[in-house]
Ligand binder design. Structure first.
Ligand code: HMG
Ligand code: MG
Length: 299
């Protein structure tokens, strides 16, 4: 059965903008995006990424972004931290929640964070300890849960193992990433069932990219299984620098329209998100990748 309410985790400032190649998006634009999203009613915003600027130049101003935003009461602003160096940067910038990210595919783990899955989990141990000491909550991601750009199909049991390892390390929630958007509803459901044998449903989130146009269908399938946390990106911004051809997360506007139609509450103002999507894509020289935004238009 479907949940009564869904918590949306907004990804556009991080998963969205990290993939913008060419010119760097100005720090002030990133800050303005985050503030507009909070004003639209978002309560969870992944705002930046404390990764190596050699690997992801677009996230090189993470400290300035995190210290520059006007923080709104009741909103969690989080950041990716792949290692201790990243976490220390995040703590210095007053970040209250961070995320570590592992993969269910060995090849993707090497391409994305330059180490094996086992090494990454080991690397997260001191990160978890330091975060706990600093009172910082940690979310965990598993990438390639429905397929890998290098290895193809991924066994659901592989995903479950990595998700369980992140839970055991102390992550409060595990977000399941269909990094390259290849999943279909039945596959998504089977993967989730395998993971749920190891991790309680209330600690899982769906992070689906829309490369093959299946993300909304996949979300409906996992909502029926009991998922109540969804990662999405305004205007469908994004992709992954280490997954060629991958498009952005499912568009927030499209998810909101789906949820409103199902009578599921999020507390987010759809029109305000649509307007924010038109604004940020104009800044980037494009139009929103959301079908709902295209249909409704800016106000
Ligand atoms: P490495 O090269 O193995 O690391 O990279 P290293 O420890 O050998 O350090 C190399 C250099 O990077 C050193 O600098 C370090 O100081 C620096 P140098 O001495 O050469 O001048 N460095 C850092 N600088 C700033 N912040 C840091 C940091 N760490 C090291 N935190 C590393 C390993 C993990 C750092 C690198 O591979 C990396 O940054 N990877 C990030 C990749 C990334 O951001 N990918 C996209 C996000 S994941 C994603 O999108 C998937 C997700 O959305 C879910 C889904 O869709 O599936 C979450
Ligand atoms: Mg992603």
């Amino acid at each position: 059965s479907l949940p009564d309410s869904v918590r949306l985790f907004e990804m556009s400032p991080r998963d969205g903008l990290q993939n913008e190649s060419g010119t760097l998006v100005p720090t002030a634009t990133k800050i303005s995006l985050i503030e507009r999203l909070a004003d639209a009613g978002m309560t969870h915003i992944e705002a930046a990424s404390f990764v190596s600027p050699k690997w992801v130049p677009q996230m090189g101003d993470a400290s300035d972004v995190m210290t520059g935003i006007r923080r709104k009461e009741g909103v969690v602003y989080s950041a990716l931290t792949p290692n201790l160096k990243g976490l220390e940067g995040a703590i210095a910038a007053n970040v209250e929640e961070v995320a570590v990210f592992a993969a269910a595919s060995e090849a993707f783990s090497q391409k994305n964070i330059n180490c094996s899955i086992a090494e990454s989990l080991q690397r997260f141990e001191p990160v978890m300890a330091r975060a706990s000491e600093a009172g910082v909550r940690v979310r965990g991601y598993v990438s390639c849960v429905l397929g890998c750009p290098y290895e193809g199909d991924i066994e659901p049991e592989r995903v479950a193992e990595v998700a369980k390892a992140l839970l055991d390390l102390g992550c409060y929630e595990i977000s399941l990433g269909d990094t390259i958007g290849v999943g279909t509803p039945l596959k998504a459901k089977r993967m989730l069932e395998a993971v749920n044998r190891q991790v309680p449903m209330g600690q899982l989130a769906a992070h689906f990219h829309d490369t093959y146009g299946q993300a909304l269908a996949n979300l409906y399938a996992v909502l029926e299984e009991g998922i109540s946390v969804i990662d999405a990106s305004t205007a469908g911004l994004g992709g992954c620098p280490y997954a060629k051809g991958a498009s952005g997360n499912v568009a927030t506007e499209d998810v909101l329209y789906l949820l409103e139609g199902l009578g599921i509450n999020t507390g987010i103002d759809l029109q305000a998100v649509i307007d924010t999507g038109y604004w940020i894509t104009a800044e980037l020289g494009r139009t929103p990748g959301s079908r709902v935004a295209q249909a409704k238009g800016p106000c």
